[in-house]
Design a protein around this ligand. Structure first.
Ligand code: UD1
Length: 421
């Protein structure tokens, strides 16, 4: 297993670019299962989760064609086998996103149930309930979701989500695009990645309105066609580099990104003392010569503060002036970075779903373990200002979500190298 070795050397300074958003790319790749004709996708990040999704689509018969500008072309008409095996689904929970498109286009799907997850139980009951409301017959047998559509075509339905679910909304949005009649999704997720997926579906010929609000209306169409679509920038990767600037007392400009999708995060960075400037496609955070102030955080669905930025702000608070409370309301077990940060000298106490963080002046390097994607990022950023050397083990987690993490941090002046294991 590869490891990262980081020697803390002070403020990060410079420019990096944001890659395409993983959480938009994954549903968009799965949406190609709905098309009859090639969909060409640009700005895909080079990440393990993207490779896993392409492998999954390949097993179903959809062969990716690499185009110019590193685009990937996929054609849902090539599907031969509506089956997502455990060995791939276990690598990536988002594989459940093939369920809605397969059912809508082919009327049948056998998708392995995702297993437990490091950050919480993460059930998919709301995905299944919504598809049942649209006429699917679903059973869970031998660890697989076995779903069939009597008559072959899903029907439009009124679906109310008990809990705001991002991939649940995406699965039903894709399914509804090819269903007979109108579907209304209420208490839908409003994340920018949902808007990106909806925009791609609309380019494929879908009739969708209300995306970006909590009520999405989809008038099903008979077929969807190919198109060209570029994935939006990754707001979590962007936010991580901006936190890195604020936490290390540095200055970082992130290019190829958007400020409008990061409002809650930018507001917290300003509260921490960073000055934020933005342009049409860039954001800069400047904290030079200053120590961050402690900031309270409460995670919640978009447009509130994202759970995927929680670990990075715990790390920022670990070196801030004052005491902060960080409350996690989305996932029940998403504080595994806390013990690791404490091993680096942080002063963090856990009280249920709240981390109480008293900032220290200096962290120190230590061997630590990456536990999930965003937790790993918080450890790596913390290591860039810790005294001495930090060895981060199990970095396959970070490779799932951050493209070229060590190259990008090196651009900002970090002393970081990968040791193949
Ligand atoms: C997505 C993101 C993930 C992010 C999360 C919350 C992708 C690929 N992943 O994950 O990075 O951290 O949103 O912003 O986009 N729930 C149920 N039943 C369901 C579905 C969800 O109870 O059927 C619960 C979950 O356990 C969780 C909450 O709803 O407590 C929100 O989860 P959800 O939005 O579904 O997360 P994901 O879509 O898996």
């Amino acid at each position: 297993m590869d490891k990262l070795i980081i020697t803390g050397n002070g403020p990060l300074d410079g420019e990096v670019w944001a890659s395409g958003a993983k959480n938009a790319a994954l549903p968009i790749l799965c949406a190609t299962l709905l098309s009859e004709g090639p969909v060409t996708i640009g700005n895909l990040p080079h990440l393990q989760d993207i490779t896993t999704t392409l492998e999954l689509l390949g097993r179903m018969g959809v062969e990716p064609v690499l185009g110019e500008r590193m685009t990937i072309q996929l054609d849902g008409a090539q599907v031969k086998d509506c089956h997502a095996p455990y060995e791939l689904v276990k690598k990536m929970r988002a594989s459940i996103l093939v369920l809605g498109p397969l059912l809508a286009h082919f009327g049948t799907a056998d998708v392995s149930l995702p297993g437990g997850c490091a950050i919480g139980s993460r059930p998919v009951d709301l995905h299944l309930r919504g598809l049942e409301a649209m006429g699917a017959e679903i059973s869970v047998e031998n660890g697989y979701v076995r779903a069939r559509v009597p008559g072959g075509r899903l029907k439009g339905a009124h679906v109310f989500f008990d809990t705001v679910t991002v991939t649940g909304t995406e699965n039903l949005l894709m399914a509804a695009s090819l269903a007979a009649g109108t579907t209304v999704l209420e208490n839908a997720a409003r994340e920018p990645e949902i808007v990106d997926l909806a925009d791609c579906l609309i380019k494929m010929g879908a009739n969708i309105s209300g995306h970006g609000t909590d009520t999405i209306t989809v008038v099903g169409v008979e077929r969807l066609h190919g198109c060209e679509y570029d994935v939006m920038p990754d707001r979590i990767e962007t936010g991580t580099f901006l936190v890195a600037a604020a936490m290390t007392g540095g200055r970082v400009r992130v290019r190829k990104t958007r400020a409008d999708i990061l409002e809650a995060v930018l507001a917290k960075l300003e509260e921490a003392g960073a000055s934020i400037t933005t342009g049409a496609d860039w954001i800069e955070a400047d904290m030079q010569g200053k120590r961050p102030r402690a900031v309270n955080i409460r995670t919640a669905p978009y447009p509130a503060f994202p759970t995927d930025m929680q670990a990075q702000f715990v790390a920022l608070n670990a070196v801030a002036q004052g005491t902060a409370r960080v409350v996690e309301t989305i996932f029940e077990n998403r504080f595994m970075h806390v013990q690791e940060l404490n091993r680096m000298g942080a002063n963090i106490a856990l009280e249920g779903n709240t981390a109480v963080i008293t900032g220290v002046e200096q962290l120190s390097g230590a061997p630590v373990m990456a536990t999930d994607l965003r937790a790993s990022a918080s450890l790596v950023v913390a290591a860039t200002i810790a005294r001495g050397e930090t060895l981060v083990d199990r970095i396959y987690h970070i490779d799932r979500g951050y493209e070229c993490i060590e190259e990008k941090l090196q651009l900002l002046g970090a002393k970081i190298r990968r040791v193949p294991g």
